[in-house]
Design a protein around this ligand. Structure first.
Ligand code: HAM
Length: 416
């Protein structure tokens, strides 16, 4: 039997209500803060991610679904949304709009990672980006908005990790300092970390290896080497979060998977999730737009995984669907089908959730089915234009003209 590809999943009707809650909450919370929805294509030119996310990152090195489109162009299924949103910002001349341009998105993303609980090859993200401002208020506001979204969805996010990466210049200096430190402790590092000292020394902070972790505890920290402007920016972000009453932990070891970050970075984690504990995260990326051949344009944003949010929220009671009317067929003659078909269409036009009997069930079977659906009323349509309208709550029933069925239900539903 053909199955869904490894690391992918079907979104079944049972989870529709929960996913709608995520979308509606994002729409309400981000909409109220002036963020407007944007959707970008599912695939983009490969260079967008190679340049935007960074050649040395795991995402670009091992996790992209890249293909030739047949015309010699290399395309990639989007592994993240920030680079595409920045591409769209430039492509549509959004820098001519009043800044910042505040955008949010919800869609599917793709990474060829080893699948496990909370980690998929196709997953969904809701994300927000504020482009064209470098104020610390923007960072703090974005973090607070993500906290509110997680709260609205019922996610128990128990930690907010916060750090600052400074500017690329500070980072370059710090990178050399860190490399020197790692080389001095090479013998205590995991092979994988040692082999990447020159390519990406920051990843050493991410290692699961005990020996490496011990070395990294005493490693020089970027937070201690921020230049005065970056340090002031970070202090203001923290002051605003303090004022907002949002607790966070300073985590100088916080490593994010993309190269575009500058200054503030953050991540919400939930212990409900196990190994893949990151529910949502982001940060400032002041250099990305320039990297994509745009003018210098500071920006900040985040993304949260929809599946991880739902895993961390646990089972929400999903409201059963309301069925106002089930149209059953008396099975006593001909012409019932047409009458039933027409009655169902009219009921829907009148705003009722109406379902027609679509199989060959006996009348008894149909009533049982209507009961299972939770139908409020059943109309049993006969071929003489008369229907028996049954109130499934009280059990009362009476015969009436088919034309009277809908007005009767509307009257009854208005009088509880
Ligand atoms: P990210 O941390 O790579 O950031 O992804 C954001 C969220 O997407 C994660 O916290 C996680 O919930 C979810 N996620 C990532 N990979 C997977 C996966 N394989 N399976 C399931 N869920 C996953 C970004 O993507 C940045 N673009 C965020 C950002 C926006 N930074 C600035 N603006």
């Amino acid at each position: 039997m053909i199955q869904a590809p490894r690391g992918t999943f079907d979104i079944l009707p049972e989870s529709a209500a929960q996913r709608r809650l995520v979308e509606d909450s994002a729409d309400r919370i981000l909409g109220a803060a002036g963020y407007r929805r944007i959707e970008t294509p599912t695939f983009e030119a490969t260079t967008l991610f190679a340049r935007g996310v960074g050649e040395a990152t795991d995402i670009v090195q091992k996790e992209m679904y890249t293909f030739d489109d047949g015309g010699g162009r290399s395309l990639t299924l989007r592994p993240e949304g920030t680079a595409p949103v920045c591409r769209a910002y430039l492509e549509h001349g959004m820098r001519k709009l009043a800044q910042p341009v505040k955008l949010w998105y919800l869609g599917a993303f793709f990474r060829a990672e080893a699948p496990q609980r909370g980690r998929y090859r196709q997953f969904w993200q809701v994300g927000a980006e504020a482009i064209g401002t470098d104020t610390p208020e923007t960072d703090a506001e974005l973090i607070v908005l993500l906290a509110e979204l997680l709260d609205a969805v019922g996610v128990k996010a128990d930690r907010l990790r916060l750090s600052s990466l400074g500017t690329p210049a500070t980072r370059a200096e710090y990178r050399e300092e860190l490399q020197a430190y790692l080389h001095a402790h090479e013998d205590q590092l995991a092979d994988e970390v040692r082999s990447r000292i020159d390519l990406n020394p920051f990843r050493a902070f991410d290692s699961g290896d005990r020996g490496t972790q011990a070395v990294m505890r005493d490693a020089p920290k970027l937070l201690d080497s921020l230049d005065p402007a970056d340090a002031a920016h970070f202090a203001q972000v923290r002051a605003l979060l303090d004022d907002a009453g949002l607790p966070y932990e300073l985590d100088p070891m916080l490593v994010r998977g993309m190269d575009y970050y500058t200054r503030t970075v953050f991540e919400f984690t939930s212990s409900e999730l196990g190994a893949q504990s990151g529910v949502g995260g982001g940060g400032r990326y002041d250099g990305l737009i320039e990297l994509l051949d745009g003018p210098p344009t500071p920006a900040c944003g985040w993304a949260a995984g929809v599946e991880r949010m739902l895993l961390a929220a646990g089972e929400l009671p999903h409201p059963s669907e309301l069925v106002d009317l089930f149209v059953a067929l008396a099975r006593t003659g001909t012409g019932e089908e047409q009458r039933g078909f027409e009655l169902t269409r009219q009921a829907r036009r009148a705003g009722l959730q109406a379902q027609l009997e679509l199989t060959g069930r006996s009348l008894k079977g149909q009533l049982k089915h209507a009961d299972r659906l939770g139908a409020r009323f059943v109309a049993i349509v006969g071929d003489n234009g008369v229907a028996t309208l049954k109130d499934m709550e009280s059990g009362e029933q009476r015969d009436t003209e088919v034309e009277n069925v809908i007005p009767s239900i509307l009257r009854a539903e208005r009088l509880p």
